[in-house]
Write a new protein. Structure first.
Length: 383
């Protein structure tokens, strides 16, 4: 019996070593392992992708992390609330860059690097990032493939070819497991009516799917390999201690909140709605809690439903009207994957409606533009 126990013990140690071995290289290079304490105070950073640069026609230049900024995210890691808040900043927001004048925010990286990106985001949002993380295009493919794919629901046919960029997108509607190249296409596609805003909404849906994948048993088994796969494609000014603290914070499974910078199309880009931005900043970026009571009456709700759900949508509309809400019918090609309430804001309205209907609610920039709230209807999850 003792030999059997020792054999099982050493087998466990060998399996643990095999699981953790891919982390050895990144740990040595970055000088950081997960800190048991995690973060002790909130940390705000800007995370963005660096578009490829070219040395000639169809010829990719060596990676300098100085391409146009893409997928710009203002991220707040909040250990007190055990929460990660991600605010997506559209690349087409105009901003006055010091020393360069007015440009779209994505030009900040090639003009002045990460420090100018920090300044640009601060001028747009009023929140100054303390640190930056910039990733190259290859990071996404490497991460998704290392995780064995990420399951998302593609809501429409996506077809696009960019020969110069080596980008070929051909995705069919439906819930499916996307590999690295397919996930890249899903996240980069913007050839539809909403352009970059629609792409951001898909990115936010992907963030939540990625979180679910990472925290699944299969995802946790693949996590060391995923960290090792992504590490060569990242540049940051985070200190060694901060990296270890962030890893420790991540092990506590924080809540994810995703937001789209409030605004509207206009002026050749995305015009920020400063009034609508105030409440999310107060709630999630340490500028105080929003005051006042929450009233649903008179609010506009976008009711999202798929083919064959007309009767279900009509019953939901009547129930919403009984609550004093205005209703905007929003049919889509693919039935929503779940019944839920969404709000691109502080979340108080979403919570109130979710509790009134008895359905889950989330804060997310996936909400329908122009509506105060979004109610998605899944035919298998009636209210």
């Amino acid at each position: 019996m003792r030999r059997l126990f020792l054999g099982l013990f050493f087998l466990f140690i060998a399996a643990l070593a095999f699981w953790a071995y891919p982390l050895l290289g990144p740990a040595v290079r970055q000088g950081a392992l997960p800190s048991r304490e995690g973060l002790k105070a909130p940390l705000t950073l800007v995370v963005y992708g660096s578009s490829p640069e070219y040395a000639g026609y169809h010829k990719r230049a060596p990676e300098r992390f100085r391409g146009l900024a893409d997928t710009i995210l203002l991220v707040r890691l909040d250990p007190e609330a055990n929460r990660v808040v991600v605010l997506s900043v559209p690349r087409d927001v105009w901003v006055d860059l010091p020393g360069f004048g007015w440009h779209k925010v994505n030009a900040a990286n090639p003009l002045g690097g990460p420090e100018l990106v920090k300044e640009a985001v601060a001028r747009i949002t009023g929140v100054r990032p303390e640190r930056y993380v910039v990733v190259s295009l290859e990071a996404l493919r490497a991460l998704v493939d290392a995780l064995g794919g990420v399951r998302v629901c593609v809501d429409k046919p996506m077809r696009y070819v960019d020969t110069a960029a080596g980008l070929r997108i051909d995705l069919k509607p439906g819930c499916q497991l996307l590999k690295g190249e397919e996930a890249e296409g899903y996240l980069r596609f913007r050839k539809d009516a909403l352009g970059d805003i629609g792409r951001i909404q898909r990115q936010q849906a992907f963030f939540h799917a990625l979180k679910d994948q990472l925290l699944s048993p299969a995802g946790l088994l693949r996590l060391p390999r995923a960290v090792a796969a992504v590490e060569p494609y990242i540049q940051t000014d985070l200190t060694r201690e901060e990296r270890g603290a962030i890893l420790g914070f991540a092990m506590k499974r924080p809540e994810l909140v995703s937001l789209l910078l409030p605004g509207r199309f206009g002026g050749g880009g995305w015009e920020v709605d400063r009034g609508a931005l105030r409440s999310p900043l107060e709630t999630y970026f340490g500028q105080g809690a929003p005051a006042g009571e929450v009233f649903l009456e008179g609010r506009l709700v976008a009711l999202v439903y798929g083919p064959g759900q007309e009767a279900l949508a009509e019953r939901a509309r009547e129930r919403l009207r009984q609550l004093g809400l205005r209703v905007l019918l929003h049919p889509v090609d693919l039935p929503p994957s779940r019944t839920e309430v969404l709000e691109n804001g502080p979340g108080l309205l979403a919570r109130a409606l979710g509790e009134a209907l008895g359905v889950p609610y989330r804060v997310s920039g996936e909400a329908v533009l122009g509506a105060d709230l979004t109610l998605r209807l899944n035919p298998d999850q009636p209210m």
